[in-house]
Design a protein around this ligand. Structure first.
Ligand code: ADP
Length: 431
C-alpha cells in the first residue's frame, strides 16, 4: 500500500512539476514579450520627439539605444540603420509595419528578421516630414535571458523532489499507522477514517458469523454426543441385562455416531467450498443423467413417505464439477421429499433457456414462511423449529447447495408459500 501511494505521488508530482514548469515558461515568455513591446513603443515615441526636434541627433540617440533604429523614406528606401551601415539595405516598402505606418501613422510586426535571422518585434511611426522611424528588438535575447532562471529551477528540482518524497513518506506513515493498530476483535470500536467503515462492518459481520458458527457447531455436536454418552453409560452400569436392549442401545449409539460423521463431513464440505480449496476441474456433464440417477436413488425414500416424483428432463449437457453437481441436485430433491406432506408431489425439470442450464425442483409440501425464507441458505439454519424437531437435518444442506452454485458461477432462486410448497431454480452457464 505504501509503495502504491508512493508511486502515485511520484507520478502526480512529476506531472505537476512539468506542467508548472511549462506554464511558468509560457507565462514568462508572454510577459517578457509584452514588456518588450511596451518598452519599444515608448522608446520609439521618445526618439520621434528627439528626431523631430533635432534630426542630426538621430545617430547619437540610436547608439545609446538597445534597439535597432532605422529611418526609411516614403518610398521605402533605408536612409539610416543603426546596425547595418556598410552594405546598403534593400527597399523596405513591402514590410508590413512600414505599409501600416505609411497608411495609419503607426505599424508593428513580429517576424524572423531577414538580416539577423532572429525573431524580432518591429514598431514603426511616421515623422512630421513623412519619413518612417522604425525601432526593432530581438525576442531571442529575451528568451535566452530566461535560461539562467530555468537552469536554476532545474537544479533545484531534485531537492524539491527529495523534500516531496520525505514529506510523502512521513504523511503515508501517519495515515497508515492507525490502520495497523486496528482492533479487529471489536472492529466497530475503532474511531478511524469513515471510508474504512464498510470494511470494518464487514469484518464485524464475519466475526459474528464465525462466533455463531462455532456456537452452532458446538450445539449440533453436543446433542448426539450427549445421547451417545447417555446410552453408553446405561450399558456400562450393567443395569441392562437383556441382550435385545443392549442391541437397541448399541444401535442408537451407532446411528447417532453416523449422523455425527455425516454432519462433520458436511461442515468440512461447506468450509472447503467456502474457502475455494476444492480442486476446480470442470468436466463434461450430462445433467439429465445426474438428475435421473438422483431420482432413482431417492425413489424408495419418497415411496416410503407416499410422495410421487415427477421428472421431466431434456437432454442437457454442460461442464462442471461432477460430484458437486450430483450432491447439489440430490440435496434439493431430498429436501423436497423431506419437507413434504403425505401424498405430496415433487417435480424436477431440466431445460435450457437463453444459453443457460435451468434446473427446477418444486414441491407441494409444507413450504417456508416469509420470515424464514431469506435465511435458509445460512449454515445450520432450520426453518420453523416446531416441525423440524420431527424431521432430521443439520441445516447444512442448502449452505452446500448455495456454495456449489457459486462455485459454478451460477445463480439460485427460491419461491415458497407456507403450507403450499417450495420451488428452487438453479441457473448455470453452459461453459
Ligand atoms: P436441513 O434439511 O438439514 O435442515 P437444509 O440446509 O437443507 O438443512 O435446509 C434448511 C432449512 O430450509 C430446512 O431446515 C427447512 O426448514 C427448509 N427447507 C429446505 N428445503 C425445503 C423445502 N423443499 N420445503 C420446505 N422447507 C425447506
Amino acid at each position: 500500500m505504501k509503495k502504491r501511494i508512493f508511486q502515485s505521488v511520484a507520478i502526480i508530482s512529476t506531472f505537476v512539476v512539468f506542467i508548472t514548469f511549462f506554464l511558468t515558461f509560457i507565462l514568462l515568455y508572454n510577459h517578457s514579450f509584452d514588456t518588450l513591446k511596451k518598452n519599444l513603443i515608448e522608446e520609439t515615441n521618445k526618439l520621434k520627439t528627439i528626431v523631430e526636434t533635432n534630426p542630426a541627433s538621430l545617430n547619437n540617440a540610436a547608439l545609446v539605444s538597445e534597439s535597432r533604429v532605422t529611418l526609411i523614406d516614403v518610398n521605402g528606401n533605408v536612409i539610416y540603420d543603426s546596425e547595418k551601415s556598410d552594405s546598403p539595405l534593400d527597399n523596405h516598402a513591402d514590410r508590413p509595419e512600414i505599409i501600416s505606418a505609411l497608411k495609419n501613422g503607426v505599424g508593428s510586426a513580429t517576424r524572423i528578421s531577414s538580416s539577423t535571422h532572429t525573431k524580432t518585434y518591429y514598431y514603426a511611426i511616421q515623422l512630421k516630414n513623412y519619413e518612417i522611424l522604425r525601432l526593432s528588438r530581438n525576442m531571442d535575447n529575451f528568451v535566452s535571458s530566461l535560461y539562467p532562471s530555468i537552469i536554476r529551477l532545474l537544479l533545484l528540482l531534485p531537492f524539491i523532489y527529495l523534500i516531496g518524497l520525505l514529506l510523502t513518506h512521513l504523511e503515508v506513515n501517519r495515515i497508515i499507522q492507525p490502520i495497523n493498530n486496528l482492533n479487529l476483535q471489536e472492529p466497530l470500536n475503532n474511531v478511524i477514517y469513515p471510508e474504512l467503515r464498510p470494511l470494518l462492518e464487514n469484518i464485524n459481520e464475519h466475526n459474528a458469523i464465525r462466533r455463531e458458527f462455532s456456537a452452532n457447531v458446538s450445539h449440533e455436536l453436543k446433542t448426539p454426543l450427549t445421547s451417545i454418552s447417555g446410552y453408553a453409560e446405561i450399558i456400562s452400569t450393567g443395569l441392562v441385562q437383556d441382550i435385545n436392549d443392549i442391541k437397541l442401545f448399541s444401535n442408537k449409539i451407532y446411528t447417532e455416531a453416523q449422523s455425527l460423521i455425516t454432519m462433520i463431513e458436511d461442515i468440512i464440505k461447506v468450509s472447503r467450498l467456502d474457502e475455494g480449496k476444492l480442486e476446480i476441474k470442470f468436466q463434461p456433464i450430462q445433467f439429465d443423467e445426474i438428475i435421473k440417477s438422483a431420482v432413482t436413488k431417492l425413489t424408495p425414500y419418497a415411496t416410503k413417505k407416499s410422495i410421487t416424483i415427477i421428472e421431466r428432463c431434456k437432454p442437457v449437457s454442460g461442464a462442471g464439477i461432477k460430484t458437486v453437481i450430483e450432491e447439489m441436485i440430490y440435496n434439493l430433491i431430498q429436501n423436497a421429499i423431506k419437507y413434504n406432506k403425505p401424498n405430496g408431489h415433487v417435480w424436477v425439470f431440466l431445460y435450457e433457456y437463453k444459453n443457460r442450464i435451468v434446473i427446477e425442483v418444486k414441491d407441494d409440501g409444507i413450504g417456508i414462511s416469509s420470515e424464514d425464507l431469506p435465511r435458509i441458505f445460512e449454515r445450520f439454519f432450520r426453518a420453523d423449529k416446531s416441525h423440524n424437531q420431527t424431521i432430521e437435518g443439520s441445516g447444512l444442506g442448502l449452505a452446500i447447495v448455495k456454495h456449489s452454485v457459486q462455485l459454478h458461477q451460477g445463480e439460485i432462486t427460491v419461491n415458497s408459500k407456507l403450507n403450499h410448497g417450495t420451488e428452487f431454480k438453479i441457473f448455470l452457464n453452459k461453459h
